[in-house]
Ligand binder design. Structure first.
Ligand code: CS2
Ligand code: MG
Length: 401
């Protein structure tokens, strides 16, 4: 089954997405998400200028061989641009294999290990009262797990706090540089979760994203302060370039720790996993080398009591979400999947078989990934340059985002 064509589709139905479409000689095609928020065109060029010409004529059934060919063959390994490009090709090949064999991708990955995929939604508010109301709306919608973020008094534009129930961090106009204070944040956040627990009781899973803003010892302090409110996880407590940092956090708190949405390979997290200094690994299909590589990370994690918790913000396209759901359903050590519904225009451009129902999701049984792209409609939403904000401390120093 030879690959006879491929293209990169860049569109912006609500936000920017990069999608790879690979076509085979028998007319079957596969899709892969290649979106790297704020740096989209770099991946589009990597794929269109350098990768797609190499795929012409190759056997689409040889997924692992093509993965190794693109990874080892480039000489330049890892990094977000390379690994996002490889991920897109890999997902498209799994999509093709599923369609060719007439089965959904999760069946190729060993079949379902569970009935459905537990997901968490994003609640946020400008005040604690608003955040309580937002969490309440998710509970009413059937969610069993909710991430809660709240504006920190004295700071404008706190991370994760959206307008309404939809949060989209990338800004299409000028670059945004909000100010940040870890002192104010640390003094405030425990009161948010004290209130949420008092209102919603012990059974609702509550999550929180620190977005790499704290030092390891500050993160240890936050984790300890949150212990009485038993969070499902504290996400990205500190930047993770230095994997050893997490040992120190671990020594100070029993609050479960999740990290990994910016990781690109198993080499970014193998020490964290082997040291058992985290509880959830958040790598996902599009930024960590595709379904093939994500499964290897999940297998390593399984040996060390670490469960998966894939990134699923709106900058990961429906193609990535579909692929993630197939992995989530199949791996034994699944933990939870992040779910932020996409804009209506995004869903129209990417019709899909996956569905949300009662706090869980199902990838569906359509052969392949179960997601398509309406190319004509996509063409009516041209790319628009957009950037993530850059955080600065109150004195103007650039901070971790
Ligand atoms: C976040 C994201 O979903 C999350 O947990 O950290 O909103 C993240 O900021 C964006 O996906 C970055 O592209
Ligand atoms: Mg996050």
């Amino acid at each position: 089954m030879r690959i006879v064509g491929g293209k990169v589709i860049v569109c912006s139905p609500g936000r920017n997405f990069v999608t790879v479409k690979l076509e085979t000689e028998d007319g079957i095609y596969g899709l892969g998400d290649a979106t790297l928020n704020g740096r989209e065109l770099a991946v589009a060029s990597y794929l269109g200028d350098h990768v797609l010409p190499l795929l012409e004529g190759r056997d689409a059934r040889r997924i692992e061989d093509i993965w190794q060919f693109l990874y080892k063959g480039a000489y330049w390994r890892r990094g977000p641009v390379t690994m996002t490009a490889i991920a897109a090709v890999d997902a498209a090949l799994w999509d093709i294999k599923g369609k060719a064999l007439g089965v959904p991708v999760y069946q190729l990955l060993g079949g379902a290990s569970r009935d459905a995929v537990l997901v968490y939604g994003h609640a946020s508010g400008g005040t604690i009262d608003e955040t309580v109301d937002a969490v309440g709306r998710y509970v009413a919608a059937g969610y069993h797990a909710v991430r809660a973020q709240c504006s920190v008094p004295g700071l404008t534009d706190t991370y994760g706090v959206g307008r309404g129930d939809h949060y989209e961090p990338a800004v299409r106009t000028q670059l945004h540089e909000p100010r940040w204070s870890s002192t104010r944040y640390l003094n405030f956040v425990p009161s948010l979760f004290e209130r949420l627990r008092a209102v919603f009781g012990p059974d609702l899973h509550l999550l929180h994203d620190v977005h790499h803003r704290l030092t390891p010892i500050e993160a240890g302090r936050l984790g300890r302060a949150l212990e009485p409110h038993h969070l499902f996880w504290m996400e990205d407590p500190t930047p993770a370039e230095n994997q050893e940092s997490f040992r120190l956090i671990r020594q100070h708190t029993t609050t479960p720790i999740a990290v990994g949405e910016v990781f690109n390979s198993i080499f970014d997290c193998h020490r964290l996993i082997e040291d058992e200094s985290i509880d959830y690994i958040r790598t996902t299909v599009v930024h960590a080398g595709g379904i093939s590589h994500l499964r290897k990370i999940a297998s390593l994690a399984e040996l060390h009591h670490v469960r998966t918790g894939s990134h699923g913000a709106t900058d990961l396209s429906p193609v990535c979400l579909a692929a993630a759901l197939h992995v989530d359903l199949s791996v034994h050590n699944f933990g939870i999947q992040e779910y932020m519904p996409h804009a209506a225009d995004t869903d129209r451009v990417f019709p899909h078989a996956y569905r949300f129902e009662g706090g869980v999701m199902y990838p569906g049984d359509t052969p392949g990934l179960g997601v398509d792209i309406d190319e004509e409609l996509a063409a009516t939403f041209p790319y628009q340059r957009a950037y993530l904000p850059v955080a600065r401390l109150t004195d103007g120093t650039v901070h971790d985002w």
